[in-house]
Design a protein around this ligand. Structure first.
Ligand SMILES: *Cc1c(COP(=O)(O)O)cnc(C)c1O
Length: 430
């Protein structure tokens, strides 16, 4: 593969954009080398500026669940754009997508649209605090809930990749209200409730973690969190920005059979345009302005282009729910194929998988939380990432990210991917 033009574009970008990118993981810091600049994408493939074709396993970090430039979404956006792109006034589209989302998702009556997953999580926590009149929240090490201050305490994803889990700029005052626990460990959570009686507004959690690689919840973990919240009158917030409309119509709530009090969305919901949302029962949502006292607003919230894209996406998923199973099957066949090859070669590995999320960690210890996720051999990961890239497969450029498969991926693409992996393993220097 050649990357001359990507290289040149990255140099220009670095002069005017911090680090040359508008979101850190794109910069390849964890794996080294030059980020690939995209020209266009269609279906399962990325076409870069140097003329390379790559099979895409990040799907824009989740949103492109049906593949790139999915026709009904593109048509909806084109059509809508002709009527103007923003009004700062309500449109019928907003009600249509809200009705559909509320119908697809368990346990919610109302939904508020925002512009990103970060905004959704930040607003959900404010609402939880306003509703419970309490100030503290519990979050889990390695879980990522966007980049707002309260969450940048051992956040996963890019924040971990750079080894700076606590960002400068986050004040002590903010940090003291975020209590940290370990994923898949109920005891620490229980201790927090005992040590801070009637002070904890909410637990926020990724119901299937995807920002320290993919880490599914162990049996009883989510049920345990649900129970602790009920015992202590705290709210359970499921951050379904990644899992929502990906694991099932009703996201992780449906897939795991556990309901949350507040749920945040993003990624798939926007069909590739900037959208986030948070949803709950009316009793909770009615505390939100203009109906209630908890303030939250947005000039471009419910933007008609974004709503048109999201509505086309949700409509397709709602009418074709077999997509979710099909994606899980594809993910399973890749995981099994890779396992067989890794065993043959005798390389220590863990492959975690849930639905259409998966990740490969180069360690022989079970990866069940942030600490164990950090045990992976990063030299192996770097070599693996670049080995696959050179063979035409685009993986997440960090071991702390989940792969996101899309429905456009064919059997042939999967075979190609496994052959590339085998070829890399054969040529790997040990
Ligand atoms: C991506 C992500 C976010 C942040 O969403 P943005 O749209 O990037 O702000 C929050 N929570 C989870 C679980 C995510 O995966």
């Amino acid at each position: 593969m050649r990357y001359q033009r990507s290289s040149a574009l990255f140099k220009s970008a670095q002069r005017v954009i911090p680090g040359g990118v508008n979101s850190p993981v794109r910069a390849f810091k964890a794996v080294g080398g030059t980020p690939v600049f995209v020209e266009k994408a269609k279906g399962a493939y990325l076409y870069d500026v140097d003329g390379n074709t790559l099979i895409d396993y990040i799907s824009s970090w989740g949103p492109m669940i049906l593949g790139h430039a999915f026709e009904p979404v593109i048509e909806a956006v084109k059509l809508r754009a002709e009527s103007g792109t923003s009004y700062g006034m309500p449109t019928e589209l907003e009600t249509q997508i809200a009705e559909l989302a509320v119908q697809m998702v368990p346990n919610v009556d109302k939904i508020r649209m925002v512009n990103s997953g970060t905004e959704a999580c930040m607003s959900a926590v404010r609402l939880a605090r306003g509703y419970t009149q309490r100030e503290k929240i519990i979050k889990f090490a390695g879980c990522y809930h966007g980049h707002s201050d309260a969450f940048l305490i051992q956040a996963g994803s890019g924040a971990v990749t750079f080894g700076a889990p606590n960002s400068p700029g986050v004040t002590q005052g903010t940090a003291k209200d975020t209590l940290l626990a370990e994923y898949n460990d109920l005891e620490l959570v229980s201790n927090h409730f005992e040590q801070h009686p009637e002070q904890i507004a909410a637990i926020i959690v990724e119901p299937v973690a995807g920002n320290m690689g993919c880490i599914p919840p162990q049996d009883g973990f989510m049920q345990g969190l649900r129970k602790l919240c009920d015992q202590h009158q705290a709210l359970l917030i499921f951050d379904e920005v990644m899992t929502g409309f990906r694991l099932a119509k009703g996201g992780a709530q449906e897939s795991l059979g556990v309901t949350a009090d507040l749920i945040t969305y993003g990624k798939v919901l926007g069909g590739g345009l900037p959208v986030g949302a948070f949803a709950a029962k009316a009793e909770i949502m009615n505390h939100l302005a203009p109906e209630g006292p908890v303030y939250q607003a947005g000039t471009l919230s419910g933007n008609p282009l974004a709503m048109a894209a999201g509505l086309a996406m949700l409509t397709h998923l709602n009418e074709n729910p077999e997509v979710f199973d099909r994606l899980a099957k594809k993910t399973k066949s890749i995981a099994l194929g890779m396992k067989n090859l890794l065993v043959k070669k005798g390389i220590p590995y863990q492959i975690n998988r849930y639905g259409s999320m998966m990740s490969l960690h180069f360690t022989d210890q079970a990866v069940v939380d942030f600490k164990t996720a950090a045990l992976g051999n990063n030299e192996n990961f770097k070599a693996y990432f670049h080995g696959m890239l050179d063979r035409g497969v685009y993986l997440p450029p960090s071991a702390f990210e989940s792969y996101f498969l899309n429905d456009a991926l064919s059997e042939k693409d999967i075979d190609f991917t496994l052959s590339a992996f085998e070829d890399w393993l054969i040529n790997k220097k040990s």
